[in-house]
Ligand binder design. Sequence first.
Ligand code: XLS
Ligand code: CA
Ligand code: CA
Length: 401
Amino acid sequence: MKEQLRMAVCYWHNFCWNGFDPFSHSGTLQRPWFDIADPMQAAKAKADAAFEFMSKLGLPYYCFHDRDVAPEGLTPKDSANNLKAMVDVLGQKQADTGIELLWGTANAFSHRRFMSGASTNPNPEIFSLAALQVREAMNATKALGGYNYVLWGGREGYETLLNTDLRKENAQYGRFLNMVVEHKYKIGLPGHILIEPKPREPSKHQYDFDVATVYGFLVQWGLEKEVKVNIEANHATLAGHSFEHEIATANSLGLFGSIDMNRGDMQCGWDTDQFPNNIPETAVAMYYILQGGGYSFGGTNFDAKARRQSLDAEDMFHAHIGGIDVCARGLLIAEQLIKEDKWGDFVEQRYAGWKNPYYQEVLAGKHSLDSVAERTLAANQDVMPSSGRQEYLENLINQAC
Ligand code: XLS
Ligand code: CA
Ligand code: CA
């Protein structure tokens, strides 16, 4: 079970000040490292607390942004050196606890220099600062034995079209991503480069809107075989999709990589990053993950935080343990649905007509619109629709819960 879920604790939500999120519980939990004046000493104290918490939970993986684990310095070189110094600290902690790094990423969105984008910034010197930061974060991920590297384009979008050249920003992003992929091969990162789609932030529009949009962009820049997606539940619902829609879409396009597990609040329309608590919904998401073959290098990262009024450290345990139980239960239900073959060949039967040799030829491009139309005209027979059995299929899921 543990192995199949590949669960990870998120450094960002548990141990960092989440500056841009009004739902953040920052400042409520006891965070002793906030009182330490020297930022590197504070980062080390934070790492002590993080690894103590993660060890107590017993989860096998963690994930971080560069700025979660090491402070921004006064200059770009200072920042790079801070991260390098913290890699040594984290490496020791990983060795002491056996906790592994599922993925690393760069926070190229919180600092004001990135307010108009990182790789898509109108100013190429900011593109270069993002390149430096991403290279350092990728190297840190590799040095710590991390599996994957995530790119979430937090500021890769626009506030108004009036000041934005879409064609230029798209080309910058395409080149940047190709550079990232080239660097992955150069340093030999074992897993995937993962793009994390999200529709808004709350900028007017983000370029990585959803899985299908990311696919179009990857095809445009020749990267559809190189890059996969890290799908977050709350980002899916913000885009007007269900979580399973995004997972199934990624499966169908060969893009599935990893997930950020959480849930949004369906009434407030914001990225609330709550822990999952809906078993049937989680079971359906897990079903599609298993149906797609499960994880290769990816895993289940809790990109979630306890609520603002959950003030105590013990609330962090309640939050994670509840979330773990929901995912574990969801996975068991998904496994049962597959083992008992609940759907049977229902879906296959729905499409069985396409096995007909004539329709195989249609799919293979051997018939024109004219020839299909003429054949249909000659047959001159209308066809009655058959039931999609939606309620029956939905009942099967609830019966398994
Ligand atoms: C923000 C994203 C972010 C990514 C990693 O909404 O969830 O935390 O997971 O940068
Ligand atoms: Ca996320
Ligand atoms: Ca989120």
